[in-house]
Every structure is written in C-alpha cells, then in structure tokens.
Ligand binder design. Sequence first.
Ligand SMILES: [Zn+2]
Length: 297
Amino acid sequence: MVFLLVGIALSRWMKRGPRELDAAEQQDKMLSEPMELAPPEFHPSIACLCCSHRVAHLDMIFSLSSYGAYVRPMPYSNEVGLRMLIGGASREAAASGFLVSPLFSYYSYHGPVFRVMLQVFRGNLNESSNYGFISYCNQCGNSQTHQWAELGQISCPCRNGMVSHSVVVSGPLWTGPLHNTAYVSRMLELAREWGWACNSKKCSDVESILNQMIDESDPQLPSGYIKLDEIASRAKINSPPLSAILSALRKEGYAACRSHINRNAIKTNCPIAECIIIAKELRDATDSSNHLSISTL
Ligand SMILES: [Zn+2]
C-alpha cells in the first residue's frame, strides 16, 4: 500500500511538471550521467528512474554507453526513450541477479522528461524476457519486435525476407508493456477515493492519463505507436478521426488505444498496411454518406 501511495503522489507530482520542483531538476541533472543502480544489498523493491535527454537528438554512441542501447531514428522516439530507460535498468539489474518490470511509465513533453516506476525482484534474464530489439521500416512504416535469436535475420514483410537498408533496428531495450494494469487500476481507484479524479464539475487530467495508461498496458499491444499523419500520408488521404479509426480497428478484432505520449497517434497490433486500408474504407464511407446527404437535399 505504501508503494501505491508513492505511485499516486508521483503521478500528481509529474503532472505539475519538472520546472516547479528543484528536487526533480536535481534528479534530472544527476541522471544526465551514465545510469548506475545501487549495489544489490540496497535494492528496493521499487525504483523510480528519470531521464531528461531528447531521445530524437540523442547521440547513438552516448545512448549505447549510458543505457546500453543503440537507438536509431524512429517515428516514436519518445516511446523508445522510455523503453531505453527501462532496458538500461534491466541490464544493470540483471548484472546483480534482479529483474525489473514497469509499474508505470510516463513521458512529459515539458523538458522533455522520461520517468518510470519499476518493480525490482530476483530473477535472471532469459530468451522470453522483454529485453530485445525494435525495428522500423522506412519503406512501408511497419514496426516489429525481435528477440536476440533473430539478430542477423531481421527483415520486413515488404522486402520478402531480403536484407534492406530501409529497416532500422534499435536496442536492446524493454519490449514489454509500459505499465502494470493492476497497479495503475489501483492508482485510479485511490485517485477517485481522494477526489483527484473527475467529478460532476470537471474532468481531471489525472483520471484521463491513468485511463490511457490502463489501455496502453494491454500485453497484446506491441512497441511503438502509429501517427495518424503517417497513415494519412501513406494512404494519400486526409488524416482520419482518431476515435473513428480506433473504433474500426477494434471492430476488426485488433487491440487499439490512444498513446499518452502523442495525442495524434494510436497504439495497435494491426500492421500499418491494414491501418491504411481501414483508413481508406473510413474515407470512402464518409464520402458516400456525404454524397447521399447531398442527393436527398
Ligand atoms: Zn517494410
């Protein structure tokens, strides 16, 4: 329960932004140095980590030396930043016989600041651990998650298994869910009990962000997100309404939700090629509906 309270407090603290808190700024400054976890005898069962680098501009060699990850440019670089931070912690923890799993992860564009709360427990990395690689194809926009055994065999379906310069790979980093569903759900319950959530007068940012985190914690969702602008650009149509494409994806049986990192993006296990088809169908349905409305006037 203490850790739940800490989680709620941290969540509210994060909403205020780093500029108001000297402690947060000191922490950011401290963490601009290479990450190092405490010796094993001092490991808590909860660890809070913070990073204030702009991942999109991060030097690849610096990210490799500080977080153990070689990060290539990808459209969802801020989610990669959270995954790099958790992955760096996984690497440090594994060296001492521990594993980490995120209770929640939070990206704030003020700064920017990347924060994660991790559960630390005894264990060893193995082939099924969520510590691997993410690839993105610049040719077709497809993203994939890869385990270590796939190194040397990474390709994209659009290249029919052929090696291609259009595929970039980042890692190793955390490839599992960014949040723990049960933990964030309990945070939401407490937020409601304490009057921090929505009430009859106004809707709270805390409730909104916690609900988004619960949606994002679905283990079916892969790493990364798809910007609606990218779907629109590749489909050569106007950007589809976010709620409409989420609804259509769910109707087709895919997991889909908003991203707390980018308001104009979706997280889904639907391949981008299928997203483009669904976006075009939505456009066609809207066009025929408009045509019908004009005809009946
Ligand atoms: Zn491709």
